[in-house]
Write a protein that binds this ligand. Structure first.
Ligand SMILES: *Cc1c(COP(=O)(O)O)cnc(C)c1O
Ligand SMILES: [Zn+2]
Length: 395
């Protein structure tokens, strides 16, 4: 770091809908004018002059080594459990079987609390603490609750978590043991979100719902920095991401744009971003097929991949924009195919993936059939969590 360079280059928040600016030194949720998500923008022009990518690479491992490009201003407010810097594995056996020469997997199951939700909640809880929040609330399909409970307890914040009653047991128990209040509801994450929103307004608790605060996106984007760095600052041809709320998909694409602005990319090649969803809940796939600018609410959402059981993301327009800008697409896979892929990943490569992560492997067959991926391309799958949190599905 140059002598005078700040801990964070965060400049302001910008509405993704109407482009209005907001102050990051105050607590923000989403745009009060047009109800779109707010996105954090950094002074990348100055950062480009003062920051050196090799310096970041030499730092002690973990997500916050990228702190200049993360939203916390004071290092004392960083709440970390060692998230990030997950392994980028080759999948030689599955690659050979599928006729794909460069198949890779970023294994996010290694994160604290067993999923990549740790990244987003580390960033969001750190920033909430910095801005004086004391009580937080989240509606969740599962892993976000566990992660929020862990980071909130470390930050000394009180956590309230609303989850569907059929959420995997591990998510309920990990949240409770960290001291969170868990409310199990008879309905989907969309209903949980409605109830959490009401509660947040009534009690003044800070709502950490996906994209309803600006900083979970910032934690998740670091996956994009890490994978680019690991590949020698060159991007793969294709990134395949299991999409629920879409934080990771939008975040990785945001990170790529930032790396480009910093002049840190060695090649102009950008990946096609491919969203994978479950057949029982595929609002993004349907919107891509219809070339629609937003998603319709998916009625009767049902899949074993609980993280993908999101009938309509608050950031649907950002998800669709990412897919379009990158020349990507979206595909749906069945629960049967997900379970089969989960078994194959474990048997052939030793990775016990969450069903959401296994869905990306399941999608390869369809993508190959439709010639949307090619044998010589570098293809990167995201395994977003550990299979160990979903044991009841394997009985
Ligand atoms: C939340 C979750 C997803 C979906 O992530 P988004 O960023 O919301 O699209 C995928 N996999 C797992 C394991 C999750 O917990
Ligand atoms: Zn707006």
């Amino acid at each position: 770091m140059t002598f005078n360079s700040p801990f964070s280059y965060l400049k302001h928040l910008e509405c993704s809908g109407c482009h209005e600016h907001f102050d990051p030194r105050q607590l923000q949720t989403y745009c009060p004018i047009c109800q779109s998500p707010l996105v954090a923008l950094y002074d990348l022009e100055t950062a480009r002059k003062q920051l050196d990518r090799e310096q970041i690479s030499r730092r002690r491992q973990a997500m916050w080594r990228w702190h200049e490009l993360l939203p916390v201003f004071d290092p004392q407010n960083v709440i970390t459990l060692g998230e990030g810097d997950t392994p980028l594995l080759t999948l030689p056996h599955l690659g050979a079987k599928l006729g794909l020469r460069h198949l890779m997997l970023k294994d996010e199951s290694m994160n604290p609390t067993g999923s990549f939700k740790a990244r987003g909640l580390s960033a969001a809880i750190s920033k909430a603490k910095e801005l004086g929040v004391e009580k937080v609330i989240i509606p969740t399909a599962g892993n976000a609750g566990g992660a929020m409970a862990a980071y909130a307890s470390r930050a000394g914040l009180k956590a309230h978590i609303f989850m569907p009653k059929d959420t995997p047991l591990a998510n309920v128990l990990e949240s409770r043991i960290a001291g969170a209040t868990v409310i199990l509801i008879d309905g989907l994450i969309s209903e949980a979100a409605g109830m959490a929103g009401v509660k947040a307004r009534e009690e003044g608790w800070f709502d950490v719902s996906t994209f309803k605060e600006p900083y979970r996106l910032e934690g998740k984007k670091v996956m994009g920095y890490e994978l680019t760095e690991a590949l020698g600052w060159v991007l793969p041809d294709v990134i395949i991401y299991p999409t629920g709320g879409g934080t990771g998909l939008v975040g990785i694409w945001k990170a790529i744009g930032e790396l480009e602005a910093l002049g840190w990319l060695e090649s102009r090649r950008k990946p096609r971003m491919i969203a994978v969803q479950a057949e029982g809940c595929a609002p993004v796939v349907r919107a891509v097929e219809r070339n629609a600018p937003f998603c319709d609410f998916w009625v009767g959402a049902e899949t074993i991949a609980s993280g993908l059981r999101v009938p309509k993301s608050f950031a649907d327009q950002l998800i669709l924009k990412t897919i379009r800008e990158s020349g990507g697409t979206a595909v749906a896979v069945s629960d049967t195919a997900i379970l089969q892929a989960q078994k194959e990943l474990a048997m052939m490569e030793g990775v016990f993936a969450a069903p959401e992560g296994a869905a990306t492997l399941a999608a390869l067959a369809t993508l190959k059939e439709r010639q949307l991926i090619h044998p010589d391309e570098q293809i990167l799958l995201l395994n977003t969590g550990t299979g160990l949190k979903y044991l009841e599905q394997l009985h």
